[in-house]
Ligand binder design. Structure first.
Ligand code: DHE
Length: 514
Protein backbone atom coordinates (compact mmCIF):
# COMPACT_ATOMS: atom_id res chain seq x y z
CA UNK A 1 0.00 0.00 0.00
CA UNK A 2 1.35 3.45 -0.89
CA UNK A 3 1.36 5.95 1.98
CA UNK A 4 1.44 9.69 1.55
CA UNK A 5 4.53 11.31 3.12
CA UNK A 6 6.11 14.75 2.96
CA UNK A 7 9.05 13.32 1.00
CA UNK A 8 6.58 11.90 -1.45
CA UNK A 9 5.03 15.37 -1.71
CA UNK A 10 8.43 16.77 -2.64
CA UNK A 11 8.97 13.99 -5.13
CA UNK A 12 5.55 14.69 -6.53
CA UNK A 13 6.17 18.41 -7.00
CA UNK A 14 9.27 17.36 -8.89
CA UNK A 15 7.25 15.43 -11.46
CA UNK A 16 7.44 17.47 -14.63
CA UNK A 17 4.25 19.42 -15.24
CA UNK A 18 2.49 18.06 -18.28
CA UNK A 19 4.57 14.87 -18.27
CA UNK A 20 1.55 12.62 -18.34
CA UNK A 21 -0.78 14.94 -20.15
CA UNK A 22 1.77 15.42 -22.93
CA UNK A 23 2.81 11.79 -23.40
CA UNK A 24 0.38 10.04 -25.68
CA UNK A 25 0.13 7.05 -23.30
CA UNK A 26 -0.58 9.40 -20.37
CA UNK A 27 -3.14 11.38 -22.32
CA UNK A 28 -5.07 8.13 -22.83
CA UNK A 29 -4.46 7.05 -19.25
CA UNK A 30 -5.72 10.08 -17.36
CA UNK A 31 -9.25 10.27 -18.79
CA UNK A 32 -9.53 6.52 -18.15
CA UNK A 33 -8.56 7.04 -14.50
CA UNK A 34 -11.15 9.78 -14.31
CA UNK A 35 -13.90 7.62 -15.75
CA UNK A 36 -12.98 4.75 -13.43
CA UNK A 37 -12.69 6.58 -10.11
CA UNK A 38 -14.23 10.06 -10.41
CA UNK A 39 -17.05 9.99 -12.94
CA UNK A 40 -19.58 8.33 -10.63
CA UNK A 41 -19.70 11.36 -8.33
CA UNK A 42 -18.41 14.14 -10.60
CA UNK A 43 -20.09 12.96 -13.84
CA UNK A 44 -18.47 11.92 -17.11
CA UNK A 45 -18.57 15.49 -18.45
CA UNK A 46 -16.98 16.90 -15.23
CA UNK A 47 -19.96 19.21 -14.69
CA UNK A 48 -20.63 17.70 -11.28
CA UNK A 49 -23.16 15.36 -9.70
CA UNK A 50 -23.03 14.35 -6.06
CA UNK A 51 -19.47 15.71 -6.08
CA UNK A 52 -18.62 19.18 -7.30
CA UNK A 53 -17.74 20.08 -10.89
CA UNK A 54 -14.07 19.35 -11.61
CA UNK A 55 -13.15 22.20 -13.90
CA UNK A 56 -10.49 24.92 -13.58
CA UNK A 57 -13.32 27.36 -12.85
CA UNK A 58 -14.56 25.33 -9.91
CA UNK A 59 -11.12 24.37 -8.59
CA UNK A 60 -10.24 28.06 -8.31
CA UNK A 61 -6.69 28.85 -7.25
CA UNK A 62 -5.89 25.26 -6.38
CA UNK A 63 -2.52 24.06 -7.73
CA UNK A 64 -2.13 20.65 -9.37
CA UNK A 65 -0.03 19.44 -6.43
CA UNK A 66 -2.78 20.39 -3.97
CA UNK A 67 -5.42 18.71 -6.11
CA UNK A 68 -3.24 15.57 -6.33
CA UNK A 69 -2.96 15.56 -2.56
CA UNK A 70 -6.76 15.77 -2.25
CA UNK A 71 -7.13 12.86 -4.71
CA UNK A 72 -4.72 10.75 -2.67
CA UNK A 73 -5.77 11.83 0.83
CA UNK A 74 -9.47 12.66 0.47
CA UNK A 75 -11.04 15.78 1.98
CA UNK A 76 -12.15 16.02 5.60
CA UNK A 77 -15.81 16.91 6.10
CA UNK A 78 -16.82 15.88 2.59
CA UNK A 79 -17.72 12.71 0.74
CA UNK A 80 -14.35 12.83 -1.10
CA UNK A 81 -12.60 9.56 -0.29
CA UNK A 82 -8.82 8.95 -0.34
CA UNK A 83 -7.57 7.17 -3.50
CA UNK A 84 -4.00 6.48 -2.38
CA UNK A 85 -4.69 2.76 -2.53
CA UNK A 86 -6.00 3.02 -6.08
CA UNK A 87 -3.40 5.18 -7.87
CA UNK A 88 0.20 6.32 -7.63
CA UNK A 89 1.20 9.90 -6.76
CA UNK A 90 2.32 10.35 -10.38
CA UNK A 91 -1.06 9.21 -11.67
CA UNK A 92 -2.81 11.50 -9.19
CA UNK A 93 -0.74 14.48 -10.37
CA UNK A 94 -1.46 13.73 -14.01
CA UNK A 95 -5.16 13.47 -13.18
CA UNK A 96 -5.03 16.76 -11.24
CA UNK A 97 -3.33 18.52 -14.18
CA UNK A 98 -5.99 17.19 -16.51
CA UNK A 99 -8.73 18.48 -14.21
CA UNK A 100 -7.11 21.92 -14.25
CA UNK A 101 -7.29 21.94 -18.04
CA UNK A 102 -10.36 23.70 -19.44
CA UNK A 103 -12.96 21.62 -21.23
CA UNK A 104 -12.78 21.85 -25.02
CA UNK A 105 -15.96 23.87 -24.77
CA UNK A 106 -16.29 25.89 -21.52
CA UNK A 107 -19.49 25.07 -19.62
CA UNK A 108 -22.08 27.76 -19.92
CA UNK A 109 -25.00 28.00 -17.53
CA UNK A 110 -26.52 31.36 -18.15
CA UNK A 111 -29.99 32.78 -18.55
CA UNK A 112 -30.83 30.68 -21.62
CA UNK A 113 -29.85 27.37 -19.99
CA UNK A 114 -31.60 28.28 -16.73
CA UNK A 115 -34.82 29.29 -18.47
CA UNK A 116 -34.74 26.16 -20.66
CA UNK A 117 -34.55 23.94 -17.56
CA UNK A 118 -37.59 25.52 -15.86
CA UNK A 119 -40.61 23.27 -15.47
CA UNK A 120 -43.89 23.84 -13.64
CA UNK A 121 -45.38 20.49 -12.65
CA UNK A 122 -48.32 21.59 -10.52
CA UNK A 123 -49.33 25.24 -10.93
CA UNK A 124 -50.34 27.01 -7.72
CA UNK A 125 -54.02 27.22 -8.78
CA UNK A 126 -54.15 23.41 -9.01
CA UNK A 127 -53.06 22.89 -5.40
CA UNK A 128 -55.61 22.05 -2.66
CA UNK A 129 -56.62 24.89 -0.30
CA UNK A 130 -56.07 22.74 2.84
CA UNK A 131 -53.53 20.10 3.87
CA UNK A 132 -54.52 16.67 2.54
CA UNK A 133 -53.72 15.12 5.95
CA UNK A 134 -54.82 15.74 9.54
CA UNK A 135 -51.51 16.63 11.27
CA UNK A 136 -50.54 20.07 12.67
CA UNK A 137 -49.02 21.66 9.55
CA UNK A 138 -46.53 23.62 11.67
CA UNK A 139 -45.23 20.59 13.55
CA UNK A 140 -44.11 18.71 10.47
CA UNK A 141 -40.55 17.58 9.89
CA UNK A 142 -38.88 17.38 6.51
CA UNK A 143 -36.31 14.58 6.87
CA UNK A 144 -33.78 14.36 4.04
CA UNK A 145 -32.77 10.78 3.23
CA UNK A 146 -29.56 10.99 1.23
CA UNK A 147 -29.22 7.23 0.76
CA UNK A 148 -31.84 6.91 -1.96
CA UNK A 149 -32.59 10.60 -2.64
CA UNK A 150 -35.94 10.98 -0.90
CA UNK A 151 -37.42 13.04 1.88
CA UNK A 152 -39.88 11.86 4.49
CA UNK A 153 -42.58 14.18 5.78
CA UNK A 154 -43.05 13.34 9.43
CA UNK A 155 -45.86 14.29 11.82
CA UNK A 156 -44.12 15.88 14.83
CA UNK A 157 -46.97 14.95 17.21
CA UNK A 158 -47.55 11.28 16.37
CA UNK A 159 -43.92 10.88 15.25
CA UNK A 160 -45.22 8.87 12.28
CA UNK A 161 -44.38 9.45 8.58
CA UNK A 162 -47.07 11.14 6.46
CA UNK A 163 -45.37 10.38 3.15
CA UNK A 164 -42.07 9.80 1.37
CA UNK A 165 -41.15 11.65 -1.81
CA UNK A 166 -38.26 11.56 -4.33
CA UNK A 167 -35.73 14.41 -4.45
CA UNK A 168 -32.84 15.37 -6.70
CA UNK A 169 -29.49 13.73 -5.93
CA UNK A 170 -27.12 15.17 -3.32
CA UNK A 171 -29.24 17.84 -1.68
CA UNK A 172 -27.07 20.23 0.28
CA UNK A 173 -27.80 22.97 2.79
CA UNK A 174 -31.00 23.19 4.75
CA UNK A 175 -34.25 23.12 2.79
CA UNK A 176 -35.92 26.54 3.15
CA UNK A 177 -39.57 27.31 3.85
CA UNK A 178 -42.02 30.04 2.87
CA UNK A 179 -42.93 32.21 5.90
CA UNK A 180 -46.29 30.37 6.28
CA UNK A 181 -44.49 27.00 6.27
CA UNK A 182 -46.50 25.64 3.34
CA UNK A 183 -43.81 25.35 0.67
CA UNK A 184 -40.29 24.00 0.91
CA UNK A 185 -37.38 24.69 -1.45
CA UNK A 186 -34.55 22.17 -1.88
CA UNK A 187 -31.24 22.75 -3.64
CA UNK A 188 -29.01 20.01 -5.02
CA UNK A 189 -25.26 20.24 -5.45
CA UNK A 190 -25.68 19.97 -9.21
CA UNK A 191 -27.82 23.07 -9.41
CA UNK A 192 -31.47 21.98 -9.18
CA UNK A 193 -33.89 24.03 -7.11
CA UNK A 194 -37.16 22.23 -6.38
CA UNK A 195 -40.32 23.68 -4.83
CA UNK A 196 -42.63 21.25 -3.01
CA UNK A 197 -46.13 21.86 -1.58
CA UNK A 198 -46.20 20.36 1.91
CA UNK A 199 -49.99 20.67 2.13
CA UNK A 200 -50.89 19.20 -1.26
CA UNK A 201 -47.87 16.85 -1.26
CA UNK A 202 -46.95 17.80 -4.82
CA UNK A 203 -43.80 18.94 -6.57
CA UNK A 204 -44.69 22.43 -7.81
CA UNK A 205 -41.74 23.43 -10.02
CA UNK A 206 -38.05 22.89 -10.71
CA UNK A 207 -35.23 24.82 -12.34
CA UNK A 208 -31.47 24.18 -12.78
CA UNK A 209 -29.69 27.38 -11.74
CA UNK A 210 -26.06 26.32 -12.07
CA UNK A 211 -23.51 23.58 -12.57
CA UNK A 212 -22.43 23.55 -8.95
CA UNK A 213 -24.78 25.07 -6.40
CA UNK A 214 -24.33 25.56 -2.67
CA UNK A 215 -27.67 26.43 -1.15
CA UNK A 216 -30.90 28.35 -1.47
CA UNK A 217 -32.59 31.08 0.58
CA UNK A 218 -36.17 32.41 0.64
CA UNK A 219 -36.95 36.07 1.33
CA UNK A 220 -38.74 36.97 4.57
CA UNK A 221 -41.76 38.15 2.55
CA UNK A 222 -41.88 34.79 0.75
CA UNK A 223 -41.71 36.37 -2.70
CA UNK A 224 -38.13 35.80 -3.82
CA UNK A 225 -35.77 32.80 -3.85
CA UNK A 226 -32.03 33.20 -4.22
CA UNK A 227 -29.56 30.43 -5.08
CA UNK A 228 -25.79 30.56 -4.50
CA UNK A 229 -23.57 29.05 -7.17
CA UNK A 230 -19.99 27.87 -7.03
CA UNK A 231 -20.12 27.42 -10.81
CA UNK A 232 -20.76 29.61 -12.65
CA UNK A 233 -19.90 32.50 -10.33
CA UNK A 234 -23.45 33.76 -9.98
CA UNK A 235 -26.34 34.38 -7.63
CA UNK A 236 -29.61 33.45 -9.25
CA UNK A 237 -32.83 35.20 -8.29
CA UNK A 238 -36.10 33.34 -8.83
CA UNK A 239 -39.76 34.12 -8.42
CA UNK A 240 -40.84 32.17 -5.34
CA UNK A 241 -44.27 31.32 -6.74
CA UNK A 242 -43.24 29.70 -10.00
CA UNK A 243 -39.44 29.45 -9.71
CA UNK A 244 -39.23 31.47 -12.95
CA UNK A 245 -35.89 33.20 -13.45
CA UNK A 246 -35.90 36.87 -12.45
CA UNK A 247 -32.24 37.80 -12.56
CA UNK A 248 -28.75 36.33 -12.83
CA UNK A 249 -26.30 38.36 -10.74
CA UNK A 250 -22.70 37.82 -11.87
CA UNK A 251 -20.55 37.70 -8.72
CA UNK A 252 -17.56 39.82 -9.64
CA UNK A 253 -15.88 43.02 -8.53
CA UNK A 254 -15.71 46.07 -10.81
CA UNK A 255 -12.20 44.96 -11.92
CA UNK A 256 -13.69 41.72 -13.27
CA UNK A 257 -12.37 39.29 -10.61
CA UNK A 258 -15.13 36.83 -9.92
CA UNK A 259 -15.94 34.60 -6.97
CA UNK A 260 -17.61 31.36 -6.06
CA UNK A 261 -20.51 31.90 -3.68
CA UNK A 262 -20.12 29.97 -0.47
CA UNK A 263 -23.69 30.42 0.71
CA UNK A 264 -26.63 32.82 0.67
CA UNK A 265 -28.69 33.61 3.77
CA UNK A 266 -31.91 35.50 4.43
CA UNK A 267 -31.56 38.38 6.87
CA UNK A 268 -35.34 38.74 7.30
CA UNK A 269 -35.24 41.60 9.86
CA UNK A 270 -33.14 43.57 7.34
CA UNK A 271 -35.30 42.54 4.36
CA UNK A 272 -32.20 41.40 2.55
CA UNK A 273 -30.18 38.42 1.38
CA UNK A 274 -26.56 38.18 2.51
CA UNK A 275 -24.01 36.25 0.45
CA UNK A 276 -20.68 34.79 1.58
CA UNK A 277 -18.03 34.82 -1.15
CA UNK A 278 -15.20 32.31 -1.27
CA UNK A 279 -12.74 34.26 -3.42
CA UNK A 280 -13.37 37.98 -2.91
CA UNK A 281 -12.86 39.94 0.34
CA UNK A 282 -16.44 41.16 0.30
CA UNK A 283 -19.81 40.44 1.87
CA UNK A 284 -22.75 41.09 -0.43
CA UNK A 285 -26.08 42.34 0.86
CA UNK A 286 -28.99 42.25 -1.58
CA UNK A 287 -32.17 43.96 -0.36
CA UNK A 288 -35.27 42.25 -1.68
CA UNK A 289 -37.83 44.97 -0.94
CA UNK A 290 -37.92 48.68 -0.20
CA UNK A 291 -38.17 48.19 3.58
CA UNK A 292 -34.46 47.32 3.70
CA UNK A 293 -32.22 49.92 5.40
CA UNK A 294 -30.96 52.51 2.94
CA UNK A 295 -27.23 52.78 2.35
CA UNK A 296 -27.03 55.71 -0.02
CA UNK A 297 -28.63 54.11 -3.05
CA UNK A 298 -32.18 53.02 -3.70
CA UNK A 299 -32.71 49.77 -1.78
CA UNK A 300 -35.82 48.31 -3.31
CA UNK A 301 -36.12 46.44 -6.58
CA UNK A 302 -35.07 48.50 -9.59
CA UNK A 303 -37.06 48.96 -12.75
CA UNK A 304 -37.84 45.59 -14.27
CA UNK A 305 -37.55 43.90 -10.84
CA UNK A 306 -33.71 43.70 -10.77
CA UNK A 307 -32.25 43.76 -7.24
CA UNK A 308 -29.34 46.08 -6.32
CA UNK A 309 -26.17 44.84 -4.56
CA UNK A 310 -24.39 46.40 -1.58
CA UNK A 311 -20.75 45.27 -1.45
CA UNK A 312 -19.08 45.43 1.99
CA UNK A 313 -15.29 45.32 1.92
CA UNK A 314 -13.70 43.00 4.50
CA UNK A 315 -10.05 42.15 5.18
CA UNK A 316 -10.14 38.64 3.67
CA UNK A 317 -12.72 36.31 2.13
CA UNK A 318 -15.00 34.72 4.71
CA UNK A 319 -17.25 31.78 4.07
CA UNK A 320 -19.81 30.16 6.36
CA UNK A 321 -21.75 32.76 8.36
CA UNK A 322 -23.55 32.86 11.68
CA UNK A 323 -25.96 35.73 12.41
CA UNK A 324 -27.03 37.37 15.66
CA UNK A 325 -30.79 37.16 16.34
CA UNK A 326 -31.41 40.68 14.93
CA UNK A 327 -29.22 39.92 11.87
CA UNK A 328 -27.29 43.16 12.45
CA UNK A 329 -23.99 41.33 12.93
CA UNK A 330 -22.60 38.26 11.30
CA UNK A 331 -19.71 36.10 12.32
CA UNK A 332 -17.70 34.69 9.44
CA UNK A 333 -14.88 32.17 9.29
CA UNK A 334 -12.11 31.79 6.79
CA UNK A 335 -11.80 28.09 5.94
CA UNK A 336 -8.18 28.48 4.86
CA UNK A 337 -6.77 30.91 7.40
CA UNK A 338 -8.48 29.79 10.62
CA UNK A 339 -9.61 33.37 11.23
CA UNK A 340 -12.94 34.57 12.50
CA UNK A 341 -14.36 38.06 12.13
CA UNK A 342 -17.51 39.92 13.07
CA UNK A 343 -19.03 42.08 10.34
CA UNK A 344 -21.58 44.73 11.32
CA UNK A 345 -24.07 44.93 8.46
CA UNK A 346 -25.46 48.32 9.52
CA UNK A 347 -21.98 49.85 9.82
CA UNK A 348 -20.86 48.03 6.69
CA UNK A 349 -17.51 46.80 8.00
CA UNK A 350 -15.63 44.19 10.04
CA UNK A 351 -15.74 45.26 13.69
CA UNK A 352 -14.03 42.48 15.67
CA UNK A 353 -11.76 39.43 15.46
CA UNK A 354 -12.87 36.18 17.07
CA UNK A 355 -10.78 33.66 19.00
CA UNK A 356 -11.51 30.56 16.89
CA UNK A 357 -9.03 28.08 15.55
CA UNK A 358 -10.65 24.74 14.86
CA UNK A 359 -12.46 25.46 11.57
CA UNK A 360 -15.83 26.26 13.13
CA UNK A 361 -18.94 25.13 11.28
CA UNK A 362 -20.73 28.41 11.81
CA UNK A 363 -23.78 27.40 9.79
CA UNK A 364 -24.49 25.03 12.71
CA UNK A 365 -23.97 27.65 15.41
CA UNK A 366 -26.77 28.25 17.93
CA UNK A 367 -27.66 30.80 20.61
CA UNK A 368 -29.09 30.44 24.12
CA UNK A 369 -29.49 32.42 27.34
CA UNK A 370 -27.09 31.72 30.23
CA UNK A 371 -26.73 33.82 33.39
CA UNK A 372 -28.60 36.68 31.74
CA UNK A 373 -26.26 36.71 28.75
CA UNK A 374 -26.67 35.34 25.24
CA UNK A 375 -24.06 32.74 24.35
CA UNK A 376 -23.20 31.44 20.91
CA UNK A 377 -21.80 27.94 20.43
CA UNK A 378 -20.36 26.26 17.37
CA UNK A 379 -18.95 22.82 16.60
CA UNK A 380 -15.51 22.62 14.95
CA UNK A 381 -14.63 20.56 11.90
CA UNK A 382 -10.99 20.20 12.93
CA UNK A 383 -10.94 20.28 16.74
CA UNK A 384 -12.38 18.05 19.42
CA UNK A 385 -14.25 20.93 20.99
CA UNK A 386 -17.34 23.08 21.06
CA UNK A 387 -16.49 26.77 21.18
CA UNK A 388 -18.79 28.83 23.44
CA UNK A 389 -18.58 32.61 22.97
CA UNK A 390 -20.28 35.60 24.57
CA UNK A 391 -22.54 36.88 21.77
CA UNK A 392 -22.22 40.48 23.02
CA UNK A 393 -18.45 40.85 22.65
CA UNK A 394 -17.42 37.46 21.12
CA UNK A 395 -15.06 36.73 24.01
CA UNK A 396 -14.38 33.06 24.65
CA UNK A 397 -16.46 31.66 27.52
CA UNK A 398 -15.40 28.05 27.27
CA UNK A 399 -14.04 25.31 25.04
CA UNK A 400 -16.04 22.16 25.80
CA UNK A 401 -13.81 19.17 25.07
CA UNK A 402 -15.58 16.57 22.93
CA UNK A 403 -14.65 13.08 21.78
CA UNK A 404 -14.04 14.26 18.23
CA UNK A 405 -14.63 17.00 15.67
CA UNK A 406 -18.34 17.58 15.00
CA UNK A 407 -20.62 18.99 12.36
CA UNK A 408 -23.98 19.96 13.83
CA UNK A 409 -25.41 21.44 17.01
CA UNK A 410 -28.99 21.95 18.18
CA UNK A 411 -30.97 23.29 21.11
CA UNK A 412 -34.51 24.52 21.83
CA UNK A 413 -35.86 27.35 23.99
CA UNK A 414 -37.73 24.79 26.18
CA UNK A 415 -34.82 22.38 26.64
CA UNK A 416 -32.09 22.61 29.30
CA UNK A 417 -29.74 20.75 26.94
CA UNK A 418 -27.96 21.24 23.64
CA UNK A 419 -26.85 18.31 21.48
CA UNK A 420 -23.80 17.87 19.29
CA UNK A 421 -22.10 15.07 17.35
CA UNK A 422 -18.59 13.71 16.79
CA UNK A 423 -19.35 12.86 13.19
CA UNK A 424 -15.85 13.51 11.88
CA UNK A 425 -14.15 11.21 14.38
CA UNK A 426 -13.57 7.74 12.91
CA UNK A 427 -13.67 6.30 16.44
CA UNK A 428 -16.51 8.26 18.05
CA UNK A 429 -18.73 9.12 15.04
CA UNK A 430 -21.41 6.90 16.62
CA UNK A 431 -21.73 9.00 19.79
CA UNK A 432 -23.47 12.31 20.45
CA UNK A 433 -23.01 14.55 23.48
CA UNK A 434 -25.82 16.10 25.51
CA UNK A 435 -24.56 19.32 27.13
CA UNK A 436 -26.16 21.27 29.99
CA UNK A 437 -26.77 24.82 28.77
CA UNK A 438 -25.98 26.41 32.14
CA UNK A 439 -23.02 24.39 33.46
CA UNK A 440 -21.59 23.79 29.97
CA UNK A 441 -20.79 20.23 31.09
CA UNK A 442 -21.48 17.11 29.07
CA UNK A 443 -24.23 15.33 31.02
CA UNK A 444 -24.66 12.28 28.81
CA UNK A 445 -23.07 10.50 25.86
CA UNK A 446 -25.57 8.65 23.67
CA UNK A 447 -24.53 5.91 21.22
CA UNK A 448 -27.75 4.92 19.42
CA UNK A 449 -26.15 2.24 17.20
CA UNK A 450 -22.54 1.31 17.98
CA UNK A 451 -20.21 1.79 14.98
CA UNK A 452 -22.80 3.76 12.97
CA UNK A 453 -22.60 7.51 12.34
CA UNK A 454 -24.94 9.50 14.59
CA UNK A 455 -25.43 13.14 13.65
CA UNK A 456 -27.85 16.02 13.22
CA UNK A 457 -30.66 16.45 15.69
CA UNK A 458 -33.76 18.62 15.63
CA UNK A 459 -36.37 19.24 18.32
CA UNK A 460 -40.15 19.05 17.92
CA UNK A 461 -42.08 22.32 17.91
CA UNK A 462 -42.70 22.14 21.69
CA UNK A 463 -39.17 20.98 22.48
CA UNK A 464 -40.49 17.72 23.97
CA UNK A 465 -38.70 15.28 21.66
CA UNK A 466 -35.35 15.18 19.92
CA UNK A 467 -34.92 13.43 16.55
CA UNK A 468 -31.43 12.08 15.81
CA UNK A 469 -30.13 10.58 12.53
CA UNK A 470 -28.23 7.32 12.38
CA UNK A 471 -26.79 8.35 9.06
CA UNK A 472 -26.10 5.03 7.34
CA UNK A 473 -27.64 3.48 4.23
CA UNK A 474 -29.67 1.16 6.44
CA UNK A 475 -30.09 3.94 8.96
CA UNK A 476 -32.69 5.14 11.42
CA UNK A 477 -34.26 8.17 12.94
CA UNK A 478 -33.99 7.70 16.69
CA UNK A 479 -36.36 9.76 18.83
CA UNK A 480 -35.56 10.73 22.46
CA UNK A 481 -37.52 12.36 25.24
CA UNK A 482 -35.77 15.74 25.47
CA UNK A 483 -36.04 15.88 29.30
CA UNK A 484 -35.39 12.31 30.47
CA UNK A 485 -33.11 11.56 27.48
CA UNK A 486 -34.78 8.14 27.22
CA UNK A 487 -35.22 6.59 23.78
CA UNK A 488 -38.85 6.77 22.60
CA UNK A 489 -38.88 5.08 19.20
CA UNK A 490 -36.97 4.30 15.99
CA UNK A 491 -38.00 4.75 12.36
CA UNK A 492 -35.97 3.04 9.59
CA UNK A 493 -34.57 5.49 7.01
CA UNK A 494 -32.06 5.47 4.13
CA UNK A 495 -29.03 7.49 5.29
CA UNK A 496 -31.04 10.27 6.93
CA UNK A 497 -29.07 13.53 7.08
CA UNK A 498 -30.75 16.81 8.07
CA UNK A 499 -34.27 17.12 9.45
CA UNK A 500 -36.13 20.36 9.73
CA UNK A 501 -39.10 21.28 11.93
CA UNK A 502 -41.27 23.82 10.15
CA UNK A 503 -42.30 25.80 13.24
CA UNK A 504 -38.74 26.03 14.56
CA UNK A 505 -37.52 27.19 11.15
CA UNK A 506 -40.15 29.79 10.34
CA UNK A 507 -40.05 31.30 13.85
CA UNK A 508 -36.22 31.35 13.65
CA UNK A 509 -35.79 29.41 16.91
CA UNK A 510 -32.43 30.30 18.46
CA UNK A 511 -31.60 26.59 18.83
CA UNK A 512 -31.63 25.74 15.14
CA UNK A 513 -30.30 26.87 11.77
CA UNK A 514 -32.47 29.22 9.70
FE1 DHE B 1 -22.74 21.39 4.57
C1 DHE B 1 -25.44 23.27 5.59
C2 DHE B 1 -21.01 24.26 3.98
C3 DHE B 1 -20.00 19.54 3.75
C4 DHE B 1 -24.47 18.51 5.18
N1 DHE B 1 -23.15 23.39 4.78
C5 DHE B 1 -24.34 23.94 5.16
C6 DHE B 1 -24.25 25.38 5.06
C7 DHE B 1 -22.99 25.67 4.60
C8 DHE B 1 -22.29 24.41 4.42
C9 DHE B 1 -22.39 27.06 4.33
C10 DHE B 1 -25.34 26.39 5.43
C11 DHE B 1 -26.17 26.70 4.22
C12 DHE B 1 -27.64 26.36 4.34
O1 DHE B 1 -28.05 25.52 5.16
O2 DHE B 1 -28.43 26.93 3.58
N2 DHE B 1 -20.82 21.81 4.00
C13 DHE B 1 -20.33 23.05 3.86
C14 DHE B 1 -18.93 22.97 3.50
O3 DHE B 1 -18.18 23.95 3.26
C15 DHE B 1 -18.53 21.56 3.55
C16 DHE B 1 -17.60 21.35 4.77
C17 DHE B 1 -17.75 21.11 2.30
C18 DHE B 1 -18.53 20.92 1.05
O4 DHE B 1 -18.09 20.13 0.21
O5 DHE B 1 -19.57 21.53 0.84
C19 DHE B 1 -19.86 20.89 3.77
N3 DHE B 1 -22.30 19.37 4.48
C20 DHE B 1 -21.15 18.83 4.11
C21 DHE B 1 -21.18 17.39 4.16
O6 DHE B 1 -20.23 16.59 3.86
C22 DHE B 1 -22.50 17.00 4.69
C23 DHE B 1 -22.36 16.33 6.06
C24 DHE B 1 -23.20 15.97 3.79
C25 DHE B 1 -23.66 16.55 2.49
O7 DHE B 1 -24.87 16.67 2.35
O8 DHE B 1 -22.85 16.90 1.65
C26 DHE B 1 -23.17 18.36 4.79
N4 DHE B 1 -24.58 20.98 5.27
C27 DHE B 1 -25.10 19.72 5.45
C28 DHE B 1 -26.46 19.82 5.96
C29 DHE B 1 -26.73 21.19 6.10
C30 DHE B 1 -25.54 21.89 5.64
C31 DHE B 1 -27.37 18.63 6.32
C32 DHE B 1 -28.00 21.83 6.65
C33 DHE B 1 -27.86 21.83 8.15
C34 DHE B 1 -29.00 22.44 8.87
O9 DHE B 1 -29.40 21.85 9.87
O10 DHE B 1 -29.52 23.49 8.50
Amino acid sequence: MIRWTESMALALTGVAVGMFASSSAGAMETPRLYQQFCAECHQADRLGGSGPALLPESLGRMKAEQAARVILEGRPATQMLPYKDKMTPEEALALAQWLLTPLDKPPVWGEAEIRASHVILHPMESLPPQPVFAADPLNLFVVVEQGDHHFTLLDGDTLEPIGRFPTRMALHGGPKFTPDGRFVFFSSRDGWISKFDLHGLKLVAEIRVGVNTRNVAVSGDGKVVMAANMLPHTLVILDAETLALRQVLPVADPGGASSRVSAVYTAAPRHSFVAALKDLPQVWEIPYNDQAPAWGEATGPREGGALPVRRLAIPEPLDDFFFTADYERLMGASREGGKGRVVHLGEGKAVADIPISGMPHLGSGILWERDGRTVMATPNLKENAITVLDAADWSLIQRIETLGPGFFMRGHEESPYVWTDNMLSPKYKDTVHVIDRQTLKIVKNITPSPGKTAAHVEFTRDGRYVLLSVSEMEGELVIYDAKTLDEVKRLPMKKPSGKYNIHNKITRSSGTSH
